[in-house]
Design a protein around this ligand. Structure first.
Ligand code: ADP
Ligand code: MG
Length: 378
C-alpha cells in the first residue's frame, strides 16, 4: 500500500515536471505567462493536491494559484537564482490547521520538485535575456549599416562639393587682392569668402563622419586635452550658468589617437551638453581606465533625450534644434571618429535628469594595439 502511494506520488511529480518543461519551452510565452503557468501546474503534484496552494514572486511580478492561504500556512520554498543573483522564490503550501500542523507536511521529493521548478524558471529567464540581447545586437547592427550607407553617400557629396568650393574660395581671394575694387565689391567678396569657409567647415565635418580624412596618430593624454576643450567653451558655460565638475583619473594611460579628432569629439559632446541645459546646470566630466580601455564620460542634468529621438541622434543632419543652433552633424562626426579609433560610444539617461555620453577608446596596450606595454591591467 505504501509502495503504491509512493509510486502514485512519483508519477504526479514527473507529470508535473514534464508539463512544466513543455510550457516553458514555448517560444511565444512571456515571463508573466510562464510564471502563471508554473503556479497553476504545481499544486497537482503535491500529496494533498486538493488543498495545495502555489505562489511565485519574481522581481516585481507575483502570482498565486488558489485562494490566499493567509498566515496559518506551512510553506515549502525554493529560491529563483539567475546568474548567481537571487531574483525571486516559489512556494507551495497548505492552508489551515489540519495539514500545516503535521510535523512533516512535505515529502523530500516535493522539495526537490520545487527546487527544479525554480531552476526551470531561472533557465527560462536566461533564455529570454539572451533572446533580448540578440535582438538589441541585431538592431545595433542595422543601425551601424545605415550609418555606413549614409556615410558613403556623405563622402560622395563632400568630395563632389569640395573641389568647386575650393575654386570659389580661391578666385574670390584672388579677386580680393586686386586693387581698384570699390568698397562695396570688397564687402561682397568678404561675404562670399566667409560663406565658402562656412560651407567648407561643414564638408570637413562630413568627411570626418565618412572617415575620409586620414588620421594622424600619436600618444594622446586625455586629461589635459579635455581641460583644454572645456577652457575653449568656458565663456559659454558662464553665459548659461553651467558648473563643470571634473573627476579625472590621475593615473589615466594615454591613448593612441588623432588628437585633433579627439578634440572634436570632446568639444561636440560638451557643446551638446551645454545646449541641453538652457537654464543652467551641472556638467560632470569623468575619466577612468577599465578593462584595458580608457573611458571618458560627459554627463549633464539637462533636458534629456526622449525615447523616440534616441535612435536617430547619430544620424547625419538629425537635429532637434533651431536652424542657427545645430546642423545635426555633431554626433555623427563623433560616432565616425570613435569608430575609426576602434572605440565605442554609449548614451544613457543621467539621474535624475539629463544625458550621459560615454566614450571608450582602446588603451595603448590593448590587444591588436601593442605599440606600447605601458597599459596597466585592472
Ligand atoms: P546638433 O547638436 O547640431 O543638433 P548633434 O548630432 O550634435 O546635432 O545632436 C543630435 C541631436 O541629439 C540633438 O539635436 C539633440 O536632440 C540630441 N542630443 C545630443 N546631445 C544631447 C544632450 N546632451 N542632451 C539632450 N539631447 C542631446
Ligand atoms: Mg551638436
Amino acid at each position: 500500500m505504501v509502495k503504491k502511494d509512493y509510486s502514485v506520488e512519483r508519477m504526479k511529480e514527473l507529470e508535473c515536471l514534464y508539463a512544466l518543461v513543455q510550457e516553458l519551452a514555448d517560444p511565444t510565452v512571456t515571463l508573466p505567462d510562464a510564471l502563471q503557468r508554473v503556479v497553476a501546474l504545481l499544486p497537482a503534484a503535491w500529496r494533498y493536491s486538493e488543498v495545495a496552494q502555489a505562489r511565485v514572486v519574481f522581481d516585481t511580478l507575483e502570482f498565486s494559484h488558489g485562494p490566499n492561504p493567509g498566515t496559518d500556512c506551512a510553506w515549502a520554498t525554493a529560491p529563483i537564482t539567475v546568474q548567481g543573483k537571487r531574483r525571486g522564490e516559489v512556494w507551495v503550501g497548505y492552508p489551515g490547521d489540519a495539514i500545516a500542523k503535521k510535523t512533516t507536511p512535505f515529502l523530500k521529493e516535493e522539495q526537490r520538485l520545487l527546487t527544479e521548478a525554480a531552476r526551470q524558471i531561472a533557465l527560462f529567464v536566461e533564455r529570454l535575456n539572451s533572446k533580448q540581447e540578440q535582438e538589441a545586437l541585431r538592431e545595433q547592427l542595422s543601425h551601424a549599416e545605415r550609418l555606413i550607407t549614409v556615410g558613403q553617400l556623405a563622402a560622395g557629396v563632400a568630395h563632389e562639393l569640395n573641389e568647386p568650393l575650393g575654386s570659389i574660395l580661391g578666385f574670390a581671394q584672388l579677386l580680393h587682392k586686386t586693387s581698384r575694387l570699390s568698397a562695396a565689391v570688397r564687402d561682397d567678396l568678404d561675404k562670399i569668402i566667409a560663406a565658402t569657409l562656412h560651407a567648407r567647415g561643414i564638408i570637413q565635418k562630413l568627411m570626418f563622419f565618412a572617415r575620409q580624412s586620414s588620421p594622424q596618430m600619436t600618444a594622446v593624454a586625455l586629461n589635459p586635452l579635455i581641460k583644454d576643450c572645456v577652457e575653449l567653451l568656458w565663456w559659454r558655460c558662464e553665459d548659461e550658468g553651467v558648473e563643470v565638475i571634473f573627476t579625472l583619473d590621475n593615473e589615466l594611460p594615454s591613448v593612441w589617437a588623432d588628437e585633433a579628432q579627439i578634440r572634436q569629439v570632446v568639444i561636440n559632446l560638451v557643446a551638446n551638453a551645454i545646449q541641453a541645459m538652457p537654464g543652467g546646470g551641472t556638467l560632470c566630466i569623468q575619466t577612468r581606465c577599465r578593462n584595458q580601455q580608457v573611458e571618458f564620460s560627459i554627463a549633464d542634468n539637462g533636458v534629456g533625450i526622449s525615447p523616440d529621438v534616441l535612435p536617430k541622434i547619430f544620424d547625419p543632419f538629425f537635429t532637434t534644434k533651431e536652424v542657427d543652433q545645430g546642423t545635426g552633424l555633431g554626433l555623427s562626426v563623433v560616432h565616425g571618429i570613435v569608430a575609426a579609433h576602434g572605440g565605442e560610444i554609449n548614451v544613457t539617461p543621467n539621474t535624475p535628469t539629463g544625458t550621459r555620453l560615454c566614450v571608450r577608446l582602446p588603451g595603448r596596450g590593448a590587444a591588436g594595439n601593442n605599440r606600447s606595454r605601458e597599459f596597466p591591467h585592472d
